[in-house]
Structures are given as C-alpha cells and as structure tokens.
Design a protein around this ligand. Sequence first.
Ligand code: PLP
Length: 367
Amino acid sequence: MSRPIAATIDLSALRHNLGVVRRCAPASRVFAVVKANAYGHGVARVARLLAAAGVDGFALLELDAAVALREAGHTQRIVLLEGFFDAGELAVLARHRIGTVIHHAAQIAMLREAPAGIKLDVLVKLNSGMNRLGFGTAELRAAVDSLQSYPAAGVPTLMTHFANADDARGVAWQMAAFERAAAGIVLPRTLANSAAILRHPQTHAEWVRPGIMLYGASPFADVSAAQLGLRPVMTLASRIIGVQPLKPGDTVGYGGTFRAAHAMRIGVVACGYADGYPRHAPTGTPVRVGDRLTTTVGRVSMDMLCVDLTQLPDAQVGTRAILWGDGNPIDDVATAAGTVGYELLCALAARVPVVEQDAALIKSPAS
Ligand SMILES: Cc1ncc(COP(=O)(O)O)c(C=O)c1O
C-alpha cells in the first residue's frame, strides 16, 4: 500500500469547461493555455483531451513542451507566449511549426537575420497598459510593418493581455489603447484571457486564450467557479493516517501555533507542503473529510497537516480527505491561504501520483 495521496484529473470536467469557453465565445477560435504543465494538470494529457474535443491551438511558453506537443502529433497552432529568447531557437520553431509572440525590437532584429527559408507564425504583442511584455502603442505599427516586410514572418496576429479583466477596473481602458494603436491594421487578434471571455464579450475577437477556466477555477474573487458553470478538473485527495485526542491546552504541530480551547479530536492527513499544499494556509483552511467540510488546525508541515475531527465522529484512520477539488473548491482553499487557485494548481509536486478519470465514461452504460 503506497502513501494515499493522489491528484485525480477529471477529463470530463476539462471537456465540459472547454464547452463553457465555446458557449461564451462562439465565434472565436480557442488557444488553450497549457503553460506550467497545463497549470499542474499535465500538458500531454490536457492537450490530448482538448485536441480530441476540437481545440484550435495551444499557448504555452516552454519550448521543450511545445516541441513535445508537435512530436505527439498535434497539428493545431502552437504558440510561445514569451516568444523566443535567442536566434538559435528560430530553426527549431520553424521545424516544428511553433509560433512565437514578438514583443520586443530585439526579436524583430533576430528575425530579420533568420536563415533563408524560415517562415514563422508570429503574434505581435501590444503593451496596452499592463506594462509587462509588448510594444508601446506608438511602436506597434512600425513593428507590424517591419514583420510584414520580412520573409521569415507569416501573417501576424495582434495580441494584448489584460491586467484587470477580473476586477472593477475592467478592460475598457486597455481596449481603448489597443484600438488606438491598431487603428487601420487589419489582422486577426487575440486579446481575451478567462476573465475577459466570461465578462467582456467585446474582447473575444478571432482567438481567445482561456487558461484557468479550462481547469475549473474562477478568475474572479467574487464569483465562484460553480456560479460560472465550471467544474473542477483536479481533485487533490489523501487519507487520514492518524487520529489524536486533544485536552484543553494541548497544541498541534510545529511551533504549537494552535492550542485547543476544549477537548478535541484531530486527524493527521498525509499531505504537506512537499506535495504542493501551501505552508502558509492558516488554521481554518477548508478540507473535506468524508462527505463533510472541516478545517485545518495548526501549521502545515512538509508531509502532513492536521484537521479538526471534533464534529466528525465517524472519521478515522483511512477516511478520505479532499484538500481541493470535488466538494472543496480550490478557490476557497486559495482564499483562506491568501493566494489564488492558479498558484495552488501550478505548485502540485512531482511526487504526487496523478490519476486520470473520465466521469462521462464511468457513467456510460457501456462501461
Ligand atoms: C498571455 C496570457 N494569455 C492568457 C493567459 C490565460 O489567463 P487565465 O488563466 O487567467 O485565463 C495567460 C495566463 O497568465 C497569459 O499570460
């Protein structure tokens, strides 16, 4: 019997969430954002499922993963969101038909010197106000003009990224900057991340770029994934491997940060920060034990964390504990821990076994 922790990836939920993207942006093609190992879900597995479900492209930033997608036989558009970093990569991009974001004059200069015969899928990124990557509004036209004059560049796609699509500031200010910079440039566009797909239909354009919503977490602080019709793809679950009775005044774990005010019963769950659970999750972070929600108590350690079983008399060694996912939304765990679902998903540790399940197949009468 191995350590009882595992992350289950529900392929039917992934398929369902792609359907939500399609319903929100029916006229757009979809780049599934699969960077960071598909937000911790496994890029090969996620790409296989989404390709079968008809996704139009993949966006990521790790060149080796992009090449692996091509070698796995995916024929869709594949693009690198940070682009290339030196001219030596251009031949690899061309050989594997991997597209690149162009966000800086140095990349244009490298493209000008590209070996003859190379033709690349290019996306020209405008910095419309986030002040991360991209050409300034006054530079966009010149960047597009130079690219269009180089044999190495295919027809560019215009791109920008929103800083506030998920909050009250919204996208209008960045859309205005984009429209100003792109006036008169008739090229396909890709603008929208998950929050913009869900909340700002005017951003949808030719290609959308959903990430977090595909994985079934909410991009919004004030709207749950369930309210958005999304289903969690990853469930991180383990089991209780120890039970301790506490007397009033007893403390729990390193530093004794939790002290029992009354008699309690706590369970020790085989999951810690070396599995990707956030060490900074405070006492009170939700955990589902059996079919009930309870909370963590005390400090999360490397391999274990403790949960309050005082109101769960049936819970014992062997009872299942869901750290996030099914019945314990990752966004609630993230909020309690002062972070976002994105960070928790990406942090899933390599030592956690990953199991695939397809609820649609399990439920099918033929199975
Ligand atoms: C350029 C770009 N586009 C799209 C996305 C997807 O964003 P989200 O996961 O919020 O949908 C990201 C993610 O950070 C990104 O960096």
